[in-house]
Design a protein around this ligand. Structure first.
Ligand code: SF4
Length: 445
């Protein structure tokens, strides 16, 4: 891949050109961003009191916001990045653009490593990589008129003369669906959707190749959201743009994306073409997210995977697969040789003990309700019996810990980081999944 280092001053379009999804514009390799309690992001959040003196509660502990993330974005496509809030999506986006310094890893943009680039080269490169934020109000200076706001990045990068910049700003206002006559208005004179269009015009002013869109429509009403997304689609086609589009909303991701990456607690757990991911999800977390989308068909109700439990702390994330503490399909530890039905019962019992969701009266009642009368044979059964004794003694925490350390921690899910390439049935690309349920597929190193 050759680096395009020439600044382009013209308002170029890709009209008439075929969109090429083959060439990779951006490649992220092992990208990692850890914060310490000393970083500004955590200041004030983790203070503890020690003899009247405030000190960080997690002294020098690392918050593993993004860990060893790898994926690529092809020229002209939209990669949707989805996950619950707090999973690291925005940190990942900012680290890709080096608005945050990476702890480790590489970000190749047109073949050049952004992560190790010198400051002057980075400043020039930033022109090609723009970002649009969630809140269109706070990202626009209320004291500046809209025209100069759109012109600001062009001024910063020394593009065009004053007359040229104004002409381009008016042209861009029209392109994003605003009236160029509104060049002299202030941001407060526009609606939320219109303000996001102003942000789009500003991002486009320096003729970027790549735009990171961080929840750009989340603050907008559904109908306005759809209009802004449609405009973004049209602009992508016209200007040959590549988007990384972040959202927690799967319906928005489905509307705008060509491919989708799913993120959980700092890891990317699944990447596939949109149709493949929505129709043929392979990761239990993706399945849970998809099943949470409201559907009018009552026959789908039985297929729901309701996510239980809290997201673990990114300070001490679970070993192996980070989803394992909430996963309904944890792989059985091989040492116990449990069949599928027995393992289902043990898993359900572990969850019930963790949630203290049953009355502890007679051991026979517990065995009947959770194991059809008889616990599994062998060592697994002995552990279950010990846990039942704990529960009867009202030692729920001990029972939970015994089951967790004996079964969950012994699973391959806790011992090895999963990364597999599975057959892609509906898309025309690759399907990556970080789940040991697919350990017969090709392992990704
Ligand atoms: S690796 Fe194990 S815990 Fe993780 S999603 Fe797959 S089955 Fe669940």
């Amino acid at each position: 891949m050759s680096a395009d280092t020439e600044p382009r001053e013209e308002l170029s379009t890709s009209e008439g050109e075929a969109v090429d999804f083959g060439e990779e514009l951006l490649e992220v390799e092992g990208l990692t961003k850890h914060f310490t309690s000393e970083d500004g992001l955590l200041a004030g959040l983790t203070l503890d009191w020690d003899g009247g003196v405030p000190r960080p509660a997690y002294d020098r502990e690392w918050v593993r916001a993004v860990d060893d993330v790898s994926f690529s974005i092809r020229k002209g496509e939209t990669l949707g990045l989805v996950g619950e809030s707090g999973c690291g999506k925005s940190t990942l986006a900012r680290t890709i653009l080096r608005l945050l310094e990476p702890t480790d890893g590489r970000v190749y943009f047109k073949g050049e490593d952004i992560a190790s680039m010198g400051s002057e080269r980075l400043r020039t490169r930033r022109k090609d990589m723009q970002m649009i934020f969630q809140d269109p109000q706070s990202s626009l200076n209320p004291r500046m008129k809209v025209g100069p706001i759109v012109e600001e990045p062009m001024r910063a990068h020394g593009m065009l003369d004053a007359e040229g910049r104004e002409e381009r700003a008016r042209e861009l206002l029209e392109k994003v669906g605003l009236d160029p006559q509104h060049y002299n208005r202030y941001p407060h004179q526009f609606s939320g959707g219109q303000r996001q269009r102003i942000n789009l015009a500003r991002a486009l002013s320096v003729n970027p190749d790549f735009i990171v869109c961080d929840e750009p429509t989340s603050a907008l009403d559904a109908s306005i959201q759809a209009q802004v997304l449609n405009t973004m689609n049209e602009l992508q086609e016209e200007f040959g743009l590549t988007y990384l589009f972040i959202s927690h909303d799967l319906s928005v991701i489905r509307h705008i994306s060509d491919r989708v990456a799913v993120m959980y607690l700092g890891h990317v757990v699944e990447v596939a073409d949109k149709e493949e991911l929505f129709e043929n999800p392979k990761h239990p977390y993706t399945e849970s997210l998809l099943s949470a989308i409201p559907v009018p068909d009552p026959r789908m109700a039985g297929r729901r995977h309701i996510l239980e439990g809290d997201v673990p702390s990114p300070i001490e994330p679970p070993s192996g697969c980070r989803f394992r503490t909430r996963c309904p399909e944890l792989v059985a530890p091989e040492e116990f040789e449990l069949d599928a039905a027995a393992w289902d019962e043990v898993r359900a019992f572990m969850r019930a003990v963790d949630r203290q969701s049953f009355e502890a009266d007679e051991p026979a009642t517990i065995r009947r309700e959770h194991f059809g009368g008889a616990v599994p044979g062998g060592r697994a059964g002995e552990i279950v019996e010990d846990a039942i004794s704990n529960v009867l003694a009202d030692e729920w925490a001990e029972a939970t810990e015994l089951l967790r350390s004996s079964f969950e921690e012994a699973s391959i899910c806790a011992r090895e980081l999963p990364a597999y390439r599975v057959d892609d049935e509906l898309g025309d690309g690759e399907h990556f999944v970080a789940c040991h349920l697919h350990r017969d597929a090709d392992q990704v190193h």
